[in-house]
Every structure is written in structure tokens, then in C-alpha cells.
Design a protein around this ligand. Structure first.
Ligand code: RTP
Ligand code: MG
Length: 141
């Protein structure tokens, strides 16, 4: 496996539940290091741009409304096989289908309010990291 970086977002529902620390602990215990982090409240334009690949999907408007409903915590995670490792920690998109012990199984309420985002490929990780962080704000760990 290679050293990778991936983009993670703790979504408004999980921030509101006050589980940022519990989710960070899962990253750390899996060997992922936080290489950049910021809390922000996404604008509509930022959320639409971030999820532009889903623009034609029926759930797009609900997704954007949800992502701008409160502050989010955005981080770059670094580690061996970070993209897949983070997706495994997250669990399935629909928390009802997420494996026991995953972040979505433990903290998500619905497919819409599903606690976390994670890049789905190394290529998209690079695009998503650059969307939120200048290279000078990402630190080799
Ligand atoms: P994410 O991008 O947020 O990490 O989630 P994901 O890869 O697991 O799922 P994706 O297919 O990229 O969808 C992005 C978000 O849109 C919502 N969604 N709703 N109602 C539906 O059928 C549906 N499908 C997707 C979810 O909130 C998902 O996280
Ligand atoms: Mg996705």
C-alpha cells in the first residue's frame, strides 16, 4: 500500500451531535493522521460545487440543503491506503446498510444525514483536497 491523502468531512448532523472527537479517535486508531483541518459553514455555492458530480441526481437539492444546514469539520487524512481505509471506517452510504462499528452505523440517522463524507478515489481525493485547502495548509505527517 502507498501513503495516500483523502478528504473527510464531518457533516452538520455529526457536528451537532458533538462527536467530532469520537470520529477523530477512530481515524487515529486506524493509523490515519490529520494533515489539515478546519471548521466552516459551507455556502450554497461551495456545497453545490463540491457535489457537482451529483447535480442531475434527484437527491441533489436535499444534499446541498443538508450540507449548508450547520457547520462542518473538514480534514485531510494521511496514511497507508487512506482513501479505502477511510471509506471502510465510514461504512455504507445508507446507515441501515452500514456494518456494525462503522461511523455511519454508530452516528448517522438516515441516508441524507449520514455523518461523514469521504473521497471515493485517489483521483477525487486530490481534487477535493485542493477544493478546500491550499497546498501550504496541508502538512506531511
Ligand atoms: P459522500 O459522497 O457524502 O461521502 O457519500 P457516498 O460517497 O457514500 O455517497 P454518494 O453516492 O457520493 O452520495 C452523496 C450523498 O448523497 C446522499 N444520497 N442520497 N437518497 C439517495 O438515494 C441518496 N443517494 C445518495 C447521501 O447523503 C450521500 O452521502
Ligand atoms: Mg461520494
Amino acid at each position: 500500500m502507498a501513503l495516500e491523502r483523502t478528504l473527510s468531512i464531518i457533516k452538520p448532523d455529526a457536528v451537532a451531535k458533538n462527536v467530532i472527537g469520537e470520529i477523530y479517535t477512530r481515524f487515529e486508531q486506524a493509523g490515519l493522521k490529520v494533515a489539515a483541518a478546519k471548521m466552516t459553514h459551507l455556502s450554497r455555492a461551495q456545497a453545490e460545487g463540491f457535489y457537482a458530480v451529483h447535480r442531475e441526481r434527484p437527491f441533489f437539492n436535499a444534499l446541498v440543503e443538508f450540507m449548508i444546514s450547520g457547520p462542518v469539520m473538514i480534514q485531510v487524512l494521511e496514511g497507508e491506503g487512506a482513501v479505502l481505509k477511510n471509506r471502510e471506517l465510514m461504512g455504507a452510504t445508507n446507515p441501515k446498510e452500514a456494518a456494525a462499528g462503522t461511523i455511519r452505523a454508530d452516528f448517522a440517522d438516515s441516508i441524507d444525514a449520514n455523518a461523514v463524507h469521504g473521497s471515493d478515489s485517489l483521483e477525487n481525493a486530490a481534487i477535493e483536497i485542493a477544493y478546500f485547502f491550499p497546498a501550504t495548509d496541508v502538512f506531511a505527517r
